[in-house]
Every structure is written in C-alpha cells, then in structure tokens.
Design a protein around this ligand. Structure first.
Ligand code: SER
Length: 884
C-alpha cells in the first residue's frame, strides 16, 4: 500500500465514524510559550482539554506535522543511527473532546489496524497502564477489559508511568495511555525470542505504532495532578512506522516516504544506500547509510519549517532549524564527501512527493530551495574556515604544547565550536586523523558553563494560576474600545531571570491587544478606586490574553477600568495599516511572487520581510513609497469585516499567509484594493498615517528581503533631524547661498592643497636625506641611524626608503610626532634581515613600548603608533641595542 493511500484510509475511516477532518496545524507554534514546535497531534487542541475553549466538533481527526527536537520530547541526536526515529514525522490522530472514551477509541483502533489495514493480529501487542499509587492513579482496568474482548490476554502488557502515562510537557493535560506495538520480525526470529519480551525495549522491529491517551488530568506547576473538567481521547499513530509495517519493510527509510529522497542523494553523491535487510555492511557503508538517513530525515524538518514561515536564524525556533540543517550538512561533508550545497536539491523531490497533501511545500518550493542552498553555502564556508583555523591550532599546539604533547585543549575546541560554529565531532575526527587527542572533558566543562550561563539568563519559572472567577471565557473588546470595566479572573506569578518577578493577569474582558500578527502588545493601566496598575505588555498564550505587570494589585477582587495607552497604540496602528499598503505596493510593483515572510509593527517603525530574489532598485523603492503615499492621500476608509467564512474571504481576494493558523471564521481588513486576513489594530482612515517613508532595504536570507519604514510622527522627526543637520552644515560653511556649490568648491580646494602638501613633503624628504646621510653611523658593520624627523607618516616612509636604498646593510629607526601622535618607522635592509636576524616588526613592537603603543609589519619595514610623545627620545636611544 502506497503511503499516500495509508494516510487517506486513516482519514476516511475516522470520517466514517463521524469525525471532522482538519488540516495539519503549522509546525511552528506562535501562541504557546511552553512549546516551540508542534510535537504531537494534540498540541493544537491543548486548550480544549483544559476547558479554555470549544472545538469545532467533539470528534476530530487529522495528520499533523510534528517536530521532536526540543524540550521534553527530543529525538534529534538519535536520528540517523536507528531506522525508526525522525525529527519531523507525521502523526495520524483522532480526538474526542468530552465525547467518546476508551471503548470506542480502542475498538476503532483495532478495527482500523486489523480489518482495514489488515495487519495480522499475531503481530500486535498492546499495553495498559499499571497504575501509580503514589499519585493515586489506579490500574487501568477498563482498558484491560476492553482489550481482553479483542485480543489474546497474553498479548496485553502492563506498563509503568514512563511508558503508559502520557504528558505533553512539564505542565498540561495528561493521562494514562494504551499503546499498540507491532512485531515485524521474520518468522525465524519470532520463533527464537518472543515479541512480548521486546516491547518497549528499543527493538527496531518491535515498535510502538499507535498511542491512545485517555486524558483525564492536568499536571500543575507544583507537580500535582488535578482532574480535568471532562474526559477526552487523544490518539497518535506514527505514519512512517505504520507505512513500514504495511509495506513489509523493516526500516522507515525503506518505505516510499523516504526512498525517492534517498535515490536523489545516491544520484548526487554517486554513493549507494543499502536496504536494512542487508547485513554485514562494511564500516564505511554503515557510515554512508547513517549520513544518508540524517540528510533525508533532516531535509523534511527544515523544508516544512521554512514553508511554515520559520527561517533559519540565530535565536529561538530559527536556531533549532539552523542546527538541524547544519547537522545534515556536516554528515554530508564528513561522510558523503559533499563539499558543495546539495541538500536543497531534495526539496523538489519532497514537493513532488508530498505537495498534493501539503500544498505549502509545493507552492513555496523555489523559496525553500533558495533558503536551504544559501544556508548550506554559508555553513560550508564556515567549515572551510574552521578547518584552516583548526590547522593553525594544531600547528601552534605542536610548536608550543600547552596541554602536553598530542593533545588539544578543550577550551580551544570550544572556541572553534562557539565562535565559528565548527562542530566538535568534526574537530575530534580531524584530530584523530592527525594522531592528536581532544581534551573532551575540558570541552564538556566549557560547554556546560556556557549552557548554565544561557539557562540562567532565560529561565522562567511559572507558578500555577490562582483562579478568581472560574469558567470565564475572556472576551476581547479592543477593536471597538480602548477602555473597559473589567474584573481579574486569574493571576499568576512568574519569575523570569531576565525581568525579575512579574505577574500575569487575565481579565473577564479586555481592550488590550495581545502581541500578534507582528504588532506588539498594548501597554496601559488598570485603574481601581484605590490604585493604578501599570500594564507593561500584553501577550497571548493559547486562548488566554495575559496582561504583564510588575505590581501585584492590592485588591485583586476590585473592579478596574482597563485603559489602553492610546498614543502608543495609535502609532502602532498607523505602522500596521501602512504595512498592508506596502504589501500591496510590493505585489503590484515587483510581482505577485512577493509574500509576507515576517513582520514587526511597533510605535516607532515597521519591519517587513518578504520573498523577492533581487535587491530593490532606487526606482522601485521610490515607486513603493509613492504608491503607499498615494493611498494615504486618497483617504481610504477602513472596511473591517469580522467573522466572515475563511473560504469567502479568500475568494474575495484576501491574502492568507503560510504558517498562520486561521479559524473557519476570519477577520478581513480592507483599504481600497488592499485586503488581508488580519487580527491587528488599524487606523480608521489611511489619512491618519500622514506619510510613509522607507528607511532601509536589505537581505535577510536567500530570496528574502527586508524593508524598514516609518510613518506619521516618526517621519516628522526623521525630516526634522535632516533639516537640523543641514542647518548645522550651513552655519559651519558660513551660510552660503548654495550649500552644494560651497561643498564642491571646498572639495576642489582640498584636492589642490593635498597635492601641494605632497610636493612640499617630497622636497623636504630630499633635503632631509642630504643632511641625514652625514649622521649615519657605522656600528658592527651596520649603517645605523635613529632620529626624530619633522614629517608626516607618508614622508617618514619615503625618507626611510630613500635612505635605505643607499646600501645593503642599513638599519633605521625614524620617529615622527605629527599632531602630537608619536610614531616609529623602522627599515632593515633585506640582507640584514637574513644575516643578522634583525626584524623590523619585532623592533617596532619592542621600541613601541616607550611610546605606549604597538604595531607591526614586515621583517624589513614596520611601523608603530603610540600615545606618549615624551617616550620618543627613549625609544630612539634604545634602538642602538639592536645593532650592538
Ligand atoms: N499525545 C500522544 C502522543 O503524542 C498521542 O497523540 O503520543
């Protein structure tokens, strides 16, 4: 059965059981500070389990793109070494939100596996939670009894908290689970060892394929469990493992999910991948296999993350993506001998293979390819530089052993890793090839110290909510009001190492806009009869709007008036509306390939990242400015349409962005012909923007440009500051009629004077040469002169060469003090360098100490600048020591 059909049959089956089929949520999470990536199918439904929202249907099924590369579920370092773990994988899942429970979940799972997919029952084992008296969670007798009616009792296994109690993170919804494992070993192997003993024992061919979680609890910050308001089902089946079982393979990588990618790598590298059943591969071949698995696995994670809007970067989720890609590049570089970018070529294969079900990869194929290619090229350059640096370290180590011969210090290796991104395993490998050893313990210590430093900086400990008004669903009234009467419904203290103690407040209703869609969160105050609480930021966490404050209200039960800081909000809204107009301008001037790839809107300016493959010309930038300013002059009225069906909005021409999660009902913002799906705060009329001005344009990644621009007050300040500078220039030039003419004539004058000075200095050098020849002394066969001269640096150099040309045994130290800046110039005849081991660089370094300075150059000519004019005399007196 082809993988495409496996996926389809799962969804069809659950549709036939009354489930609503929904698309996969984006891989990168935007509204959940506890998770960076979607790590399971249920992540997008978390709030429904907690009772903070209502799902579209009480029965839902989908296939979810998941990434397990950070936090509690992290498989990154295993990937490649085994045949059944991945960074990105698809999780097929069905959910009941307070609807059906164990009976239906278990029987349907069994029906699908054994009757639809026709997996032989004798290949399946199931597990049931044994209970945990410490936490008062009993043995799951109900699940055991249901399974007993379906499967031989001998095939039911009891599992502990680690295997059979599923939790998404340190906090959040959780519950006992029942897993289904498949044994795909050959009959001979089965006869030797029973499958039952291999369940949950990391056997590559006795693997878990489906987890059925019965959500009943919420794990709180203090570690305790509390009952959820209702009981739910959350199931997740590993798509790639299921394909392995159904396609009669023994490795996920031998299924048609991966073979097209592997074939492409084989074609590019000329190497061969061997199927899992081939035994006794050479050590070389094993390494090739691992590297190919790493590459074909990682390219999926990286390509889908980029398609969902997450570009590789140096922080947060972007950094994780960069690290995954770099791991693949490294494996290619080291084991597949790929010294040129090649991973980007796999995107086309991926788009062809998965584009039908995941259109985001097909429609952004070119962009994803370009971004990956550029990342590859830049990291390969790093690797190259790193190799050279490492060579230097090795040379130095050999010349001046600091760690005992044959050993490279861990601190040095860490420096290479930390500053240049040079991977430690590569360092170790190269050292080994050169017969050197790496001080691993030293490296680990340095690494740990850095980790501690960054953990201390970012650590955030979050307490549990104190709920004052239970069951309230917060309403956002900020589109219509900037003030509202509110009550606090919950409050929580957080201790962030960066900002200290903060409180997060949730209100029954709020006018405060939470950060989102690029626009920063509102600031403002909560005012009661007795106190005023400053709100310093507003953010969203899943369905909750959190108001951040440093002050704990004295009376949390009082009624407050929530007041948004209107001045700041108004500035942000002008920048936000201008962003929409600019997006429209870019698409109309550059073409419809332009798509938003990131945006920031705050009271000061707007920043917009978009796909486009060339630097914008001055004319294009001017056209964009003119376009936006024309829309401002037209005084376009805001047309806001709330709660229109998504499909209708898109049909009417609204832009939807990849990587954004839209509900069935959306909000559309229109100014004339510009129409976007957007939740942000906007001006009522474009006239409020006053004026739009682009201040910079540049590249952020391959095929992604960034524009920064300003509007209204900021434009006024911008022009005012220009005018100010211009006035200052005018005054400095003594108020000429025509400033430009005055500047040009000054430049001409300057050029003329420079020429005259050069001529004068030449003359002076000639005269000095004539008089100084007489002062040259012969010491130990060296023509020696150390003298202060009244010349500039150029003149001193000319003079040194003029005098130096007089013989082949000249040693000169000339000092100058132009504008009170002391400088030493040293000349040594090439012959002296060779015969007497004299070195101008070393001379100026040593004599430079007298003038409190330093410098360098070549063995026959070097200069040093300093700070202490008074030291010149001493420097000159000491010069003679070099020839004595
Ligand atoms: N949440 C469970 C898992 O990820 C089942 O979907 O395994």
């Amino acid at each position: 059965m082809k993988s495409q059909d496996v996926r389809k049959q799962f969804l069809d089956f659950f549709a036939s059981k009354g489930h609503l089929i929904v698309p996969s949520a984006p891989i990168v999470l935007k509204d959940d500070p506890t998770l960076m990536f979607n790590n399971s199918g249920m992540a997008q439904f978390k709030e429904y389990f907690l009772g903070n929202g209502t799902p579209k249907s009480t029965r839902i099924a989908d296939t979810q793109k998941c990434l397990r590369v950070s936090g509690k579920h992290n498989d990154l370092e295993d990937v490649g070494f085994d045949t059944y773990h991945h960074t990105m994988f698809e999780m097929l899942g069905n959910w009941s939100f307070g609807d059906y429970f164990k009976k239906e979940a278990i029987t349907w799972a069994w029906e699908l596996l054994t009757e639809v997919y026709k997996i032989p029952k004798e290949n399946l084992y199931v597990s049931v939670f044994e209970g945990n008296p410490e936490e008062n969670v009993p043995f799951d007798r109900e699940a055991w009894d249901i399974w007993k009616g379906l499967i031989d009792e001998d095939r039911i296994i009891l599992g502990n908290k680690k295997d059979n109690f599923w939790e998404m993170g340190d906090q959040g919804p959780c519950g006992p689970c029942s897993e289904i494992h498949v044994d795909i070993r050959s009959a001979e192997e089965k006869a030797l060892v029973s499958g039952k003993s291999l369940v949950n024992n990391d056997h590559p061919q006795v693997v878990e394929i489906w987890n059925n979680v019965f959500m009943e609890f919420n794990r709180k910050a203090d570690g305790s469990l509390e009952k959820l308001p209702a009981k739910h089902v959350d199931t997740g089946m590993g798509f790639e493992r299921l394909c392995m079982a159904l396609q009669g393979k023994t490795s996920n990588y031998d299924t048609d999910v991966f073979t097209p990618l592997i074939e492409k790598v084989e074609q590019i590298t000329g190497l061969k991948y061997t199927l899992n059943e081939v035994l006794n591969n050479s050590e070389e071949q094993n390494k090739t296999n691992i590297a190919i698995r790493v590459v074909v696995d990682h390219v999926r994670a990286v390509a889908f993350a980029i398609a969902d809007g997450q570009l590789p970067s140096n922080t947060g989720a972007g950094y994780v993506i960069r690290r995954i890609l770099r791991r693949a590049i490294r494996y290619g570089f080291t084991f597949l001998n790929t010294k040129e970018p090649f991973i980007n070529q796999l995107v086309a294969v991926l788009a062809k293979q998965m584009g039908e079900f995941f259109p985001e990869i097909k429609s952004q194929e070119q962009l994803v390819t370009n971004v990956i290619r550029e990342e590859e090229a830049s990291f390969l350059r790093t690797l190259d530089q790193g190799l050279q640096l490492l060579d230097k370290v090795i040379e130095e180590e050999k010349a001046f052993p600091s760690e005992g011969l044959g050993r490279i210090s861990g601190t040095k290796a860490f420096e290479l890793y930390d500053t240049f991104g040079f991977p430690i395993d590569l360092t170790a490998l190269i050292l080994k090839e050169k017969g050197l050893e790496l001080d691993e313990a030293g490296f680990n210590t340095a690494m740990q110290a850095q980790k501690n430093r960054s953990r201390a900086a970012s650590e955030l400990s979050t307490e549990d909510w104190s709920v004052l008004i239970p069951g309230n669903v917060e309403t956002f009234v900020g589109y219509d009001q900037s003030e509202s009467d509110v009550k606090i419904t919950r409050i929580r203290k957080i201790d962030s190492k960066k900002d200290g103690i903060l409180y997060q407040i949730v209100l029954d209703n709020t006018p405060f806009y939470p950060e989102g869609g690029g626009q920063v969160g509102d600031k403002g105050t909560l005012v009661s009869a007795n106190e005023t609480i400053e709100i310093i930021d507003t953010k969203k966490e899943n369905n909750l709007i959190l108001h951040f404050t440093k002050q704990l209200p004295e009376n949390i039960n009082a009624g407050f008036v929530a007041k948004v800081n209107q001045d700041l909000r108004s500035l942000s809204s002008r920048n936000h509306s201008a962003t929409h107009l600019m997006h429209q301008a870019l698409r109309s001037i550059l073409g419809t390939h332009v798509e938003q790839k990131g945006s920031l809107v705050n009271p000061n300016y707007l920043r917009f990242d978009f796909s486009h493959f060339a630097k914008m010309t001055e004319t294009e930038l001017q056209q964009v400015e003119d376009f936006v300013n024309a829309r401002i002059q037209e005084q376009l009225q805001l047309v806001e349409r709330r709660n229109i069906p998504f499909a209708q909005a898109v049909q009417e021409g609204a832009m939807a962005l990849f990587g954004e999660k839209y509900g069935d009902e959306v909000r559309a913002i229109k100014f004339g012909e510009s129409m976007e799906l957007c939740g942000g705060i906007h001006v009522k009329n474009t006239a409020e923007i006053w004026h739009f001005k682009i201040v910079s344009e540049g590249a952020v990644a391959a095929g992604i440009r960034r524009i920064e621009a300003i509007t209204s007050e900021a434009v006024k300040a911008h022009f005012a500051s220009y005018e100010n500078t211009l006035n200052e220039v005018k005054t400095a030039l003594k108020n000429p009629q025509d400033i430009l003419k005055a500047v040009h004539s000054m430049q001409e004058e300057n050029a003329k004077l420079t020429k005259q000075i050069e001529a004068l200095v030449k003359d002076k050098v000639k005269n000095l040469k004539a008089s100084l020849i007489a002062e040259i002394q012969e010491i130990n066969g060296v023509q020696f002169l150390a003298k202060q001269v009244d010349l500039n640096a150029e003149g001193a150099k000319d003079l040194a060469y003029e005098l130096g040309n007089l013989g082949n045994n000249v040693f000169l130290v000339l000092a100058t003090a132009e504008e009170e800046k002391p400088m030493l110039t040293c000349y040594v005849s090439k012959e002296l360098v060779a015969e007497k081991n004299l070195n101008a660089g070393q001379v100026v370094r040593e004599l430079g100490k007298f003038i409190q300075g330093g410098g360098g150059g070549q063995p026959f000519f070097a200069t040093a600048g300093g700070k202490n004019v008074a030291g010149i005399q001493q420097a000159l007196e000491n010069a003679i020591e070099f020839v004595k």
